[in-house]
Ligand binder design. Structure first.
Ligand SMILES: *Cc1c(COP(=O)(O)O)cnc(C)c1O
Length: 458
């Protein structure tokens, strides 16, 4: 039997026009943006794959819930619904709303870490690394070696290297490791999932040393569905059952509801520890807001409460994972080097293999992302030397797919543009920095093409 096309499991009720530009216009726009796609006006982008963060389309149920928002300063009904929805899935005792994931990170690390501490993670996301370092602790990535080979196929390339974790704790001493984190799915490492077997193994090490285990849970639903597809023994379980099992091994989590919360803003911090929760709420009040709203409006809490449940629906996840793989498989079939197998929320192109003639210090990933924009108005993002500097282990360009936003024809167009660039890849030139900020420099960096820089007066 032929398998049928996996179609979008929704129909469209409201549309938003997108905008075409000409190539000369895009050349001028790119120059004005100093070759940093974060600096482009969004209206100058045709298909925006910069991020899947906060860019998803909300459902009719979420919009209906928005109208139910209770904007009371304290004790809002919307907080009860938010907390109940989070607890239903994550199961942690304390649920602390924040305006987005990094606010949860800042509060968590401020409360748990001291100068000189070491925080292991499979791979720190950029804001997570920055927040760990900001409190004077060291962020250590302990990904399995398979996770660093873009072309290598492995079902769980997000897994943590358990032996490396044991060795690290041994070397620095348990007192310097205030918590261990697992990022599910591993965003910076290619959107790759972590297996339940790995979660259990990491959790066992943490228990043995009495170190709390926290999840960076941004894409927990996609990770749960990839476990269902790839891990023996989970075929018959629902994504929610799998998610509950994952979080059952942890002591808390940070979450950006802009990802698998299917909301445009929001996040939360969870913990089972009463003392920590009190300190976290005290900090929350200082910068985010009262503990029944964090930095959010009541209507935002409602949208997240519904979105978290929708993100676990199986027809949605089947479409989500299939549409990401569709993009990856169509470009890989023509030889474009991508991180294999395709992950949950994005396709990652190996910029070093795509542009072997551009040295690492000339930002091959940024150069490639700029070329996709010039060729077809597509915006993507470098995950490599500009984002991570010396800590970069791979040189990738991420094409992140917003949730429930683009249809198959948009993706077909993206495939055409990427293949066009693939055919003239030898002509792409490297870039050099003209400005950088002291941290998270990729957001504001300014660059220029290498030849042009060479001819600038000193
Ligand atoms: C997006 C993200 C964060 C930070 O969340 P924000 O809502 O952008 O602040 C942290 N970790 C991971 C893995 C992420 O993808």
């Amino acid at each position: 039997m032929r398998t049928r096309t996996v179609i979008e499991p929704f129909r469209i009720k409201s549309v938003e026009p997108i905008h075409w530009t000409t190539r000369p216009q895009r050349e001028a726009l790119l120059r004005a943006a100093c070759h940093n796609l974060f600096q482009l006006p969004a209206d100058a982008v045709l298909v925006d794959l910069l991020t899947d963060s906060g860019t998803g389309a909300m459902s009719t149920r979420q919009w209906a819930a928005v109208m139910e928002g209770d904007e009371s300063y304290a004790g809002s009904r919307s907080f009860d619904r938010f907390r109940d929805s989070v607890r239903d899935i994550f199961g942690f005792r304390h649920v602390i709303p924040t305006h987005q994931g990094r606010a949860a990170e800042r509060i968590l690390f401020t409360v748990m870490c001291r100068k000189g501490d070491v925080v292991p993670n499979n791979t720190h996301f950029d804001t997570t690394r920055a927040n760990v370092e900001f409190v004077g602790a060291e962020a250590v990535d302990l990904l399995i070696p398979e996770g660093r080979e873009p072309g290598l196929r492995h079902p769980f390339k997000g897994n943590m290297d358990v032996e490396a974790l044991e060795n690290l704790i041994e070397r620095v001493g348990r007192e310097r490791v205030p918590l261990v984190m697992l990022t599910i799915t591993n965003n910076s490492g290619g959107g790759q999932p972590v297996s339940l077997e790995n979660v259990r193994a990491v959790s066992a090490v943490c228990r043995r040393h009495s170190i709390p285990l926290y999840f960076d849970a941004c894409r927990f639903a996609e990770n749960a569905y990839l476990i269902k597809l790839r891990e023996a023994g989970y075929e018959e379980k629902t994504p929610k059952e799998i998610a509950r099992e994952i979080f059952g091994y942890g002591d808390g989590c940070t979450m950006s509801a802009k990802k698998d919360g299917l909301a445009n803003i929001g996040g939360f911090l969870c913990t089972n520890d009463d003392t920590l929760a009190q300190q976290e709420k005290n900090l929350l009040i200082l910068t985010e807001g009262y503990p029944t709203y964090g930095g959010l409006a009541g209507r935002d809490l409602e949208a997240v409460a519904v979105g978290l449940q929708e993100a676990l629906q199986e027809d949605y996840l089947r479409y989500r994972i299939a549409s990401t793989a569709y993009l990856g498989n169509h470009i890989a079939a023509e030889g474009v080097p991508i991180v294999q197998p395709p992950g949950g929320h994005a396709i990652y192109i190996d910029a070093r293999a795509f542009l072997p003639h551009i040295p690492q210090q000339q930002f091959p990933g940024v150069a490639l992302a700029c070329e996709f924009y010039l060729e077809g108005g597509i915006r993507s993002v470098e995950i490599g030397t500009l984002m991570f500097g010396e800590a970069a282990k791979m040189y990738l360009v991420r094409l992140a797919i917003p949730r429930r936003v683009y249809t198959q024809s948009h993706i077909d167009y993206v495939v055409e543009v990427i293949l066009e660039v693939w055919r003239h890849r030898e002509q792409v030139r490297g870039l050099q920095l003209t400005y950088e900020a002291p941290f998270l420099r990729h957001f504001t960096a300014r660059l220029m093409p290498v030849e042009a820089a060479a001819t600038q007066p000193a």
